[in-house]
Design a protein around this ligand. Structure first.
Ligand code: ANZ
Ligand code: ZN
Length: 815
């Protein structure tokens, strides 16, 4: 009989499905584990990254199930989004049809990997029953002031008539049609994630040690809290008059200690002062043209291009020295950070330095290094000692910052402030395949939320998708509706939600009993039992946005009374990328390996084993055909060797003392592997070490004629490896041991007891040698062996004392 992976795998997958073995139990008195791998986008086929993601989660889920935990291990599809519309255009297929066909196919693929998902909780975020609840959240958030509508600058493709995300702008051009992207002021809906900035930042501390440190750092940087001084700069009389009495503008600085080094100020191109100058036509033609060309660029393009700007012919007064300071417009000043204007200190800031060098502006030193020499050929950006700074000269940067802030506060011209990089989250998309934003525009009542009893607002089926404009907006009748307030004719909002909205709460939906999905967003009892997610597994590419939005939703839904906890994911594992020939596997590089092909050729267990063996989960994994072969060979050996294992319903009882050396060694290897399991499956996730230990154990068993040792070894190895290679493990366990259950196996200490002792030999307390002796020797015998070994140090000496410290050392005292 040879190892027939395909047959075995099909058989067990059918048994599992039929018995519903992976459904969570309703018994909430059981200890629980919620294991979640990030759900996929239904692109049409799974790739190796998916295989890795779901195999890692599956190994954890199976292990905990084996240990008697009630396990929730669900799967769903993040099924709204752009690719379905692209497919619609390209293949003339309805986005819904394309999406659901892909889902069906991908479920089959996932099943063929033997993943232990709950099938009853399967969901797709494009289901109206999912949309319904998120539309309710949207309305509740709107009523609470967490959603608002505003005009803002967006990337706009004039050809496709659509808003583009920053990632969809390539070299300033539309990723789809190649047309130039412009900056357009457009109305849209925003989520007030900034209300939670402090909490999102502070709660990261709770995740230390449980989330990868680099993810915590990325979140911190994205939230980007800065503390500094905000103060007012007054225009000189002439400038003020030119600007119809605008008295000045505010700036924000994190380095008030450098204030005596200010040699110019710079405002963002969108700054109200610039707007005034343009409106009043106060600038010459060349300057105006330059400003307009900078305005056309996206903030990102501006950051990527060389420093540029223009002098605005305006001056402000330095608040401490009363000097006249020129005002420039600069492309590196962000309109929406701080106050959209900076005090520039070229001597101590790199961007300011570059700009000053380009336009020949003064560079004034106001900080000197605490040690070492000041180098005027570049910006000195570290803290130091103040120079040329009046009463503050000689202070350390840190102390000076406090004193200068205090001075501004006393003078009433500035204050200490906190600024965040985090921006409110724009959720409007001008697309068809998304959740409709449940708002209504009424001529009488203004913006009105749809009535809750009318939810979900669903998408029309009869739609033309051309890639131009928003299909919902162009639909002949869909937009017409009646106002929930005054019942007059009104117009439905045609923007749909950013798909990050859906992925921000699916984990809590999974945690609710599926029997309640029709009637409520969450089932309180089950959500309180299952949440939080104990292990969340996914790609590092989600380290910022998805995780931040999900954390925000958890807090916002808590405050709306839907959920209890403040953080959704107790532990996070970010899996490394799957590479081939050193590069990330991707269609565009043409270096992908199709999981279906591997499964067809070797079976799912080989694929799973290779993936978990080739690298620790958090590290990059280099594809290796011969290592895949290696995994396959190992499983074949396991299968072949099982022929000599006898059938039993119990683990064999063995008298360890009666075994010979080889038998003892084989047992030691088996138990060494066993003793790793718990740590590997629940903490380190270093599956590779467990697999390596199991391979060693199988090797040691290979030359084993002792049937008890061999059978016990198989009993244990199959148990250990079940979460990794479930099909073969279940097949052999069932066949040999009539066993369906892989519960804990007791670790026997006797196996680890060694017969030989390693003793140190010391002479006058100095370590001189080591001896390996049989445990059963007498003290005299041991001492004489020690003397032999240390003979070199005993020559021509008299031994005056011999000391044996049991099982540790022999000390010889000489004269
Ligand atoms: C003067 C100064 C001197 C600065 C110095 C730095 C070093 P973070 O840490 O990111 O908060 N800044 C303020 N508003 C800005 C805007 N809208 N666009 C671009 N830059 C802006 O950065 C704060 C620093 O970034 C501020 O401190 C300001 O430059 C600049 F030796 O003020 B600093
Ligand atoms: Zn109305």
């Amino acid at each position: 009989m040879a190892y027939e992976a395909k047959e075995i795998e099909k058989k067990w997958q059918e048994i599992w499905l039929k018995n519903g073995e992976f459904e969570p139990k309703d018994d909430y008195s059981l200890p629980k584990k919620y294991i979640l791998s990030m759900f996929p986008y239904p692109s049409g086929k799974i790739h190796m990254g998916h295989v890795r993601n779901y195999t890692i989660g599956d190994a954890m889920a199976r292990y905990y199930r084996n240990q008697g935990f009630n396990v929730l291990h669900p799967i769903g599809f993040d099924s709204f989004g752009m690719p379905a519309e692209n497919a619609a255009i390209k293949h003339n297929i309805h986005p819904r049809v394309w999406t659901y066909e892909n889902i069906d196919y991908m479920i089959k693929e996932l099943d063929s990997l033997g993943l232990s998902f709950s099938k009853k909780r399967l969901l797709a975020t494009s289901d109206p029953l999912y949309t319904k609840w998120e539309q309710e959240f949207f309305i509740k958030m709107y009523e609470k002031g967490l959603v608002y509508r505003k005009n803002a600058i967006v990337n706009w493709c004039e050809h496709d008539k659509t808003v583009l995300a920053n990632e969809q702008v390539e070299d300033g051009k539309c990723w789809r049609c190649g047309h130039e992207v412009i900056q357009k002021n457009m109305p849209g809906y925003y989520l007030k994630i900034t209300d939670y900035a402090d909490e999102l930042l502070n709660d990261l501390k709770k995740l230390e040690g449980k989330w990868p440190p680099q993810v915590i750092t990325m979140q911190e940087n994205w939230i980007g809290k800065s503390v500094g001084l905000e103060f007012f700069l007054k225009f000189d009389e002439e400038s003020k008059n030119l600007l119809d009495g605008i008295p000045g503008f505010k700036v924000f600085t994190t380095r008030p200690d450098t204030i005596y080094g200010v040699s110019y100020t710079a405002v963002a191109p969108e700054h109200k002062v610039v707007e005034k100058l343009l409106n009043k036509n106060l600038l010459d033609e060349k300057t105006t043209k330059k400003i307009k060309s900078i305005l056309k660029q996206s903030p990102r393009q501006r950051q990527e291009s060389d420093k540029d700007g223009v002098f605005l012919n305006l001056y402000v007064i330095h608040p401490l020295t009363n000097e006249k300071i020129p005002v420039w417009l600069a492309n590196f000043v962000l309109a929406d950070y701080g106050d959209g204007a900076v005090m520039a200190v070229p001597a101590h800031d790199e961007r300011d330095y570059e700009f000053a060098s380009k336009f020949n502006l003064a560079i004034k030193q106001s900080i000197k290094p605490q040690n070492g020499k000041y180098d005027s050929s570049k910006a000195f950006i570290d803290d130091g000692i103040l120079v040329n700074s009046d009463e503050f000269t000689g202070l350390k940067s840190k102390d000076a910052r406090e004193k200068i802030i205090a001075k501004f506060e006393n003078l009433g011209i500035g204050k200490k402030v906190e600024n965040f990089k985090l921006r409110d989250w724009g959720v409007s998309r001008q697309r068809y395949w998304g959740a409709p934003i449940p708002m209504i525009h009424c001529k009488t009542c203004g913006l009105v939320p749809e009535a809750l009893e009318n939810l979900p607002v669903t998408l029309p089926e009869d739609i033309k998708i051309t890639g131009e404009g928003n299909p919902l907006d162009k639909h002949p009748t869909w937009k017409r509706c009646s106002c929930p307030k005054c019942h007059k004719e009104a117009v439905r909002e045609s923007d749909t939600l950013d798909t990050f909205f859906e992925s921000s709460w699916y984990f809590a939906r999974f945690a609710s009993d599926e029997k309640t999905w029709q009637s409520s967003a969450f089932d309180e009892k089950s959500v309180n039992y299952w949440m939080n997610v104990d292990e969340y597994i996914g790609g590092i590419e989600h380290a910022i946005l998805h995780l931040l939005y999900a954390r925000f939703f958890q807090k916002a839904l808590r405050d709306l009374g839907y959920l209890r906890d403040s953080e959704p994911f107790s532990n996070l594992l970010t899996q490394g990328m799957v590479l081939k020939d050193g590069a990330k596997m991707s269609k565009s590089k043409g270096n992908t390996v199709d999981p279906d092909e591997i499964i067809k050729k070797y079976g799912a267990d080989t694929a799973r084993m290779f993936i978990l063996f080739a690298a620790p989960p958090a590290k990059e994994l280099e594809w290796n055909d011969s290592a895949v072969e290696g995994a396959y060979k190992f499983l074949n050996r396991l299968y072949d060797r099982s022929i000599n294992v006898y059938k039993t319903n119990d683990i064999p009882k063995i008298n360890h003392a009666s075994l010979n050396k080889e038998e003892k060694y084989a047992r030691l290897k088996v138990y060494e592997a066993l003793s790793r399991a718990n740590e590997v499956y629940t903490k380190s996730f270093a599956f590779n070490t467990l697999i390596a230990a199991s391979m060693e154990a199988l090797n040691a068993l290979n030359s084993q004629n002792n049937q008890d040792v061999l059978t016990e070894g198989f009993w244990i190895i199959l148990n250990l490896l079940e979460p990794i290679v479930p099909h073969i493990a279940n097949e052999l366990s069932d066949e040999l041991f009539n066993r369906k259950n892989f519960s804990k196996i007791e670790i026997l200490d006797e196996v680890f007891v060694k017969d030989a002792l390693n003793l140190a030999v010391t002479v006058n307390g100095k370590r001189r040698a080591e001896i390996e002796v049989d445990k059963n020797l007498s003290q005299d015998e041991i001492i004489s062996l020690a003397k032999e070994k240390a003979a070199k140090w005993l020559e021509n000496k008299t031994i005056i004392k011999e000391i044996y410290v049991k099982e540790k050392l022999v000390n010889l005292v000489i004269k």
